[in-house]
Design a protein around this ligand. Sequence first.
Ligand SMILES: Nc1nc2c(c(=O)[nH]1)N[C@H]1C(S)=C(S)[C@@H](COP(=O)(O)O)O[C@H]1N2
Ligand SMILES: [Mo]
Length: 327
Amino acid sequence: MLIKRPPTIPAAAITPPAVYARRREFLRTAALAGLGAGLAGALLRPGTAAARTARTPDPERVIAGIIPSAYSTDEAWTSFEDITKYNNFYEFGTEKFNPWRNAGALRTRPWTVVVDGACARPGEIGIEDILRDFTQEERVYRLRCVEAWSMVVPWVGFPLGDLLRRFEPSANAKYVAFETLYDPKQMPGQRRPVLQWPYREGLRMDEAMHPLTILATGLYGEILPNQNGAPLRLVVPWKYGFKSIKSIVRISFSEQQPPTAWNQMQPDEYGFYANVNPHVDHPRWSQKSHRIIGEGLFSPKQPTLLFNGYADEVAPLYAGMNLRRFY
Ligand SMILES: Nc1nc2c(c(=O)[nH]1)N[C@H]1C(S)=C(S)[C@@H](COP(=O)(O)O)O[C@H]1N2
Ligand SMILES: [Mo]
């Protein structure tokens, strides 16, 4: 798909004052948190600054008190336009532009997430409590889709493990299962059996507790647009996009590996682990390289890195595992 884009506008010409103010606030918070100049410097790389200035923040949607995360990459951010108009969210249609067109009417307030299964304190938590109780961080992560494109997204979110611990998972909880809202009235895609609804995903417990795994509540400093999985979605930066389940209403601890929407549909195409891995091809295409959305159809392909470049952090999770078998 060819994406048309306006010519690049010099950052300084269009940077709204609010963005400068927010950037200064990041630096102050970073200094207070003792994160040091390296991180503050990374946030100010020219590419990063240019990408973020393409967006005038919507004051109604800004999330207060966001702190920068030490886990961020310093790559240039994909534009807000590309992040919000090129999505997979089959509940709103199977074309990349469908979620942007169709997800607007989804009601994301009030919103409750049930947490149950193998844990000592099953219960539920509302989205407002989630935003209040868990420190919201800005985490710039790559998101890599199995179809050979990637984005660099300034997510807002917090470690999934922080939320899971509150419900006291049992020692025999080996997996965590996630479920999207099922509501065909609001999600027209669910009126057709494109996937087995509701959309489901799962992680092994150690993957879920890894500090790189986050629940995202926003992007570009604002609450999540519906098409990106509002009000709460998973982001696992070393795995393929489909693991990043959107609009989550249930999280369940389990002793058994849970079924996932893509496994149920096409077991040999979409494995449970779905680690970004250039050495294991998808049955229908190579996974050795990909394009960065926003750099154009004719931009050079990037070599895909093992675990999407996060190997130093996550390779130990898979020590001794045959990743060809568990793909
Ligand atoms: N509920 C739900 N979650 C979903 C999907 C979906 O169709 N439904 N698509 C997945 C796929 S295939 C990808 S690539 C990512 C895309 O996330 P993005 O729209 O934020 O880029 O969402 C994932 N999460
Ligand atoms: Mo995907």
